[in-house]
Design a protein around this ligand. Structure first.
Ligand code: GLC
Length: 556
């Protein structure tokens, strides 16, 4: 592989870190996290090894959906700072070799966005057709609302103009009408604007909903994917190396369509919600089967496209693609209390409390994340093992302030605790027990373990680029997978159960002189004559073994 492949197609081996400026670090002392603080913490992210920051929405917002309800696509919410502060943060990141992508939330606006305020004021408003209006909700197309706890329909009657508008999310988030060329032009301008400030692409919110057009012919696109292709082409013309990382929580075969045609002309990357959900099922059952099945069922994707792997994001940990029985198994194992569950489909917890804080299991889960084929995405605080606040059983449970120190407000802010965007986590995962400052100085901390995983992931391009092969062995609770790319090959072993095991397997086609070099601890294993190998795994143990040959010049 040429160096330029790994550098140009940067997203294939990136380590993405998602953060919400509002809860990351408050530099001004007013209680809200800010961009000036983010600029101060770029060095921390560099030390961690992150190569790309995904900024959650920082746009002006009434903040009823954590900033996903936007009133100005070109703005920066004044609570967080200014455009100047944002550009400083982006520039500082670029200086440390870190790219920045931002959320593109154009399926809908806030109902307080001036476009919607104008649209609902009169049927003759110039913005009326920027949204989707009908006299009667169509009977033949049933659109389920995404948040069934709050909404019972995706259509809301607007008294003044006596029509219904479409909103797939909350009723205060009217859907934009992308069949309107003026809306499409505006979305392109929004992208162009942020790209010109130095970002490297977008995490595209709610892609299937953005493309979905409903009802009468006037509000239906003949080929919605054509629209996604045009956005990708526009991005390519403006940047060359920008990405679209799409949120598409659909079965794998449907996800394939969103990568586009053979050469990949739609989304550059997509989150693998299916592998994520099956990872939890595997952990709950202590059986590698569901995860293995999900990974092998991934459809082939275009050469430069990529899966984004994750164990947690900022929303509910959705289990919507499991069967009802499977979901119940995961609920029983990791979130039996109803206040840990939401929308009948997900959990509001973070990983460490779900695993009872067991460091072996937590490390095994992250070792898996970083060794799976794809590009790993971390949600802020995962690197130190933050927990959640279960107070109101909503998605906000995991949107708590970052825990920097054991001091007041976890070092997030010097303000009065009542002024923070959310209360700091209390109990066993509070900043007294979980914080960056303590873990930085502790060589055995989770933070340093994650740093090690990131460093090894970045040094093994076969993980991001490679072909997956599952290796046969006798234990249901163990996953042995091999990643192969060019002449590089890595074998990862993970034990999902508490008892130690010896794992025999065969590597038939390896060169007789090869050794397996352990990348996470000292030691090598030498396969036998016909490639027979035996590896010991502790309870919840994990090993990363790279195939090396005498004279190999790769760093070990
Ligand atoms: C996406 C976001 C979620 C938000 C929703 C509506 O699913 O991840 O946080 O509530 O879109 O914008």
């Amino acid at each position: 592989m040429r160096i330029s492949d790994t550098a140009d197609v940067w997203w294939k081996t990136a380590v993405i870190y998602c953060l919400d400026v509002e809860t990351f670090i408050d530099w001004s002392g007013d209680g809200t996290g800010d961009l000036a603080g983010l600029a101060q913490r770029i060095d921390y992210l560099e030390e961690l090894g992150v190569t790309c920051i995904w900024l959650m929405p920082f746009y002006p917002t009434p903040d009823r959906d954590d900033g996903y309800d936007i009133t100005d696509f070109y703005g920066v919410d004044q609570r967080l700072g200014t455009h100047g502060d944002l550009v400083e943060a982006i520039r500082t990141a670029r200086d440390r070799g870190i790219r920045v992508i931002v959320d593109l939330v154009v399926n809908h606006t806030s109902d307080q966005h001036p476009w919607f305020v104008s649209a609902r004021s009169s049927k003759n408003s110039p913005h009326r057709d920027w949204y989707t209006w009908v006299d009667e909700p169509p009977k033949d197309v049933h659109l389920a609302p995404v948040f069934p706890d709050a909404e019972d329909s995706a259509w809301e009657y607007d008294k003044k103009t006596k029509q219904y508008y479409l909103h797939r999310f909350y009723k205060y988030q009217p859907d934009l009408n992308v069949t309107n060329p003026l809306v499409r032009d505006e979305i392109a301008k929004v992208m162009g604007f942020w790209l010109s400030l130095g970002i490297s692409g977008f995490r595209v919110d709610a892609v299937p909903f953005l493309l979905e057009t409903v009802g009468e012919p006037s509000i239906t696109l003949p080929d919605p994917h054509e629209y996604l292709r045009s956005l990708r082409a526009f991005l390519g013309r403006r940047t060359g190396d920008g990405i679209l990382l799409g949120e598409v929580n659909l079965p794998h075969d449907q996800q394939r369509l969103f990568f586009g045609q053979d050469d990949g002309d739609e989304l550059t990357m997509q989150f693998d919600f299916i592998a994520m959900q099956n990872l939890y099922l595997s952990m709950a059952r202590r059986d590698a089967g569901p995860l293995a099945a999900a990974l092998t069922a991934r459809p082939p994707i275009p050469p430069d496209a990529q899966w984004a792997t994750f164990v947690r994001n900022h929303d509910e940990l959705t289990l919507d693609k499991l069967t009802d029985d499977e979901r119940e198994e995961v609920f029983a194992a990791f979130g039996p209390d109803p206040k840990m569950q939401v929308y009948g489909r997900g959990l509001v917890r973070r990983l460490p409390p779900m695993l009872d804080g067991d460091p072996r299991r937590i490390r095994m889960a992250y070792s898996l994340l970083f060794s799976l084929p794809g590009t790993p995405v971390l949600f802020y605080g995962e690197e130190i093992g933050m927990g959640e606040n279960l107070v109101d059983g909503t998605r906000s449970a995991v949107r708590t302030p970052m825990q920097w120190t054991s001091g007041a407000n976890g070092g997030f802010s010097t303000a009065d605790p009542d002024d923070l965007p959310a209360p700091v986590v209390t109990g066993g995962f509070s900043p007294d027990h979980v914080n960056v400052a303590d873990q930085r100085n502790d060589p055995d901390s989770l933070l340093n373990f994650i740093r090690l995983l990131i460093a090894r992931y970045r040094a093994c391009p076969e993980l991001g680029w490679g072909r997956l092969e599952l290796i046969d062995q006798p234990h249901a609770q163990v996953l042995v997978h091999r990643m192969i790319w060019d002449d590089a090959s890595l074998i990862a072993l993970h034990n999902l159960a508490p008892d130690a095991v010896t794992v025999p397997f065969t590597l038939p086609d390896t060169d007789p002189e090869c050794e397996l070099t352990d990348l996470l601890q000292t030691g090598t294993t030498t396969p036998g004559k016909h490639g027979e190998t035996e590896v010991e795994l502790d309870g919840y143990g994990y090993r990363w073994l790279r195939i090396t040959r005498p004279g190999d010049r790769r760093l070990r």
